[in-house]
Design a protein around this ligand. Structure first.
Ligand code: GDP
Ligand code: IMO
Ligand code: MG
Length: 424
């Protein structure tokens, strides 16, 4: 059984928790896109892991983990993460493989991300400033790029780095008046990354296909969310990779035909960090109530997340483009205590109603949500372990989401811990 877990909203849906749970029955977990902009939380007992580049299977000692080709690897973050886990007694020797083809996020990418966001001022994208956009841009541009495999050829890397940094300094100086950065400093860091990461470098495509041939079960871990997809999300307020289910094959070199099940993860409401349209946003007491109860602050940047009602139009779109089989609905517990709940069932745009999400900024900006209002529940549900023990209105809420998205909700999150989940 091979499964792909993907976010159905604007990220932070609880993918880390779902992957950790499913990893129990998987041999391999693969991160296939994005970079250290991701922040995936796994909570086991009193231990809380915030993972940015490492697949969320790392916490399970028997699971092999793969960072595949299309992940942009910030070696500083990755080595830091590996060391932090080692401090907690979790070692990754022999069970972490990093693609030799993965591109490296280096200091000049992070500098460019920051300079550009600062220059955009109130028009900024609200990126995580992790150098993601600049690194993917260099990758597509093909000239000034550095990949994992380059760490194995230090002499060549030094010369290449010199040329890249010379170019970047000229551009950043001319455009932003930025201070030059030092190629030698980056090279010294690369030498240390090489020592730590080269033993983990591999042909991950070959490894994955051999594993599939041997009948191993693989869990593919998406990063970000479908609505942040570069080609299918709310451009330009998106990330720079195909973060919907569509990015899985290209990201790791395994066809979607090899995947038995695509599991979409959604929150029982909606959140978004950074700029961009958000039709069901509740910039009011309801939004604040959700933010407080759900601890809705970014795992990577600590920014308060924008909060709003569940948007069935947006989620159905992600389900449709990703051919999602079933849904994991997280954070149902966060909604306890609200008298009434609303679910956006369609949009009104220019006086016309539509239930197909327009991934076109102008139309989306005009979208007004048409809500279905349902009764809430007061009970705390964090200890509930079976669907039938949920309050009636909570059950009705889940069933309504199933009706609107036309997909079964097979998993329900009732708290951050690994065991706070209801399986159906
Ligand atoms: P990811 O990026 O999709 O992995 O999600 P994040 O880790 O960025 O954000 C999800 C947050 O919600 C984390 O703090 C999780 O520990 C927490 N979480 C996950 N599932 C649930 C749930 O069902 N209920 C509650 N209360 N918290 C949850
Ligand atoms: P996980 O995997 C939520 C958002 C940023 C910004 C936009 C572009 O934890 O769900 P970028 O740094 O990628 O250029 O930023 O995308 N963003 C995320 N939002 N969760 C994430 O990852 C995100 N990764 C990027 O906030 O709006
Ligand atoms: Mg996150």
């Amino acid at each position: 059984m091979n499964c792909c877990v993907v976010g159905l909203q604007w990220g932070d849906e609880g993918k880390g928790k779902v992957v950790d749970i499913l990893a129990e029955d998987s041999d391999i977990v693969v991160r296939y896109s994005g970079g250290a902009n991701a922040g995936h939380t796994v909570v086991v007992g009193d231990d809380r892991f915030a993972l940015h580049l490492l697949p969320s299977g790392v916490v399970r000692p028997n699971v092999k983990c793969v960072i595949a080709n299309a992940v942009v690897v910030d070696p500083e973050v990755l080595t830091g993460e590996i060391e932090a886990l080692a401090d907690k007694g979790i070692t990754l020797n022999e069970r972490l493989l990093i693609s030799e083809n993965a591109h490296l996020v280096l200091d000049y990418h992070k500098q460019e991300d920051r300079l550009r966001e600062e220059a955009l001022g109130k028009h900024k994208l609200g990126t995580t400033v992790r150098g993601i956009g600049p690194c993917y841009a260099d990758k597509v541009g093909r000239t000034f790029t550095m990949r994992m495999a380059d760490l194995a050829e230090l002499d060549e890397l030094r010369a290449k780095l010199k040329a890249i940094v010379e170019y970047k300094n000229k551009v950043f100086g001319a455009v932003y008046g930025a201070e030059p950065i030092s190629a030698d400093e980056i090279f010294d860091k690369c030498r240390s990354y090489a020592e730590k990461l080269l033993p983990l470098m591999a042909d991950t495509t070959e490894f994955l296909h051999k594993s599939l041939a041997d009948g191993r079960s693989i869990l593919f871990e998406g990063a970000q969310g479908s609505l942040l997809d570069l080609d299918h999300g709310t451009f330009p307020f998106v990330t720079s990779s195909n973060s919907s289910a569509l990015g899985m094959s290209a990201g790791c070199g395994v066809s979607a035909r090899m995947v038995d099940r695509f599991l979409g993860v959604a929150k029982a409401y909606t959140t978004r960090v950074g700029s961009g349209p958000f039709p069901s946003e509740q910039d009011n007491d309801v939004g604040q109530y959700i933010r407080d109860r759900g601890h809705e602050y970014g795992t990577t940047t600590g920014r308060p997340r924008r909060c709003g009602w569940f948007d069935a139009v947006a989620v159905s779109y992600a389900v449709t483009i990703g051919a999602i089989d079933s849904i994991a609905l997280m954070h149902l517990d966060t909604l306890s205590g609200l008298k009434e709940l609303q679910i956006c069932r369609e949009y009104q745009i220019d006086g016309r109603s539509t239930s197909f999400f327009p991934a076109n900024l102008r139309r989306l900006a005009q979208a007004r949500c048409v809500y279905e209002t349902v009764g809430g529940w007061d009970e705390e549900i964090t200890e509930v372990s079976s669907f039938h023990d949920l309050p009636l209105n909570a059950r009705n809420y889940v069933v309504l989401i199933e009706e609107m998205t036309k997909r079964p909700v097979t998993m329900i999150g009732v708290g951050p811990r690994r065991n706070q989940v209801i399986s159906r």
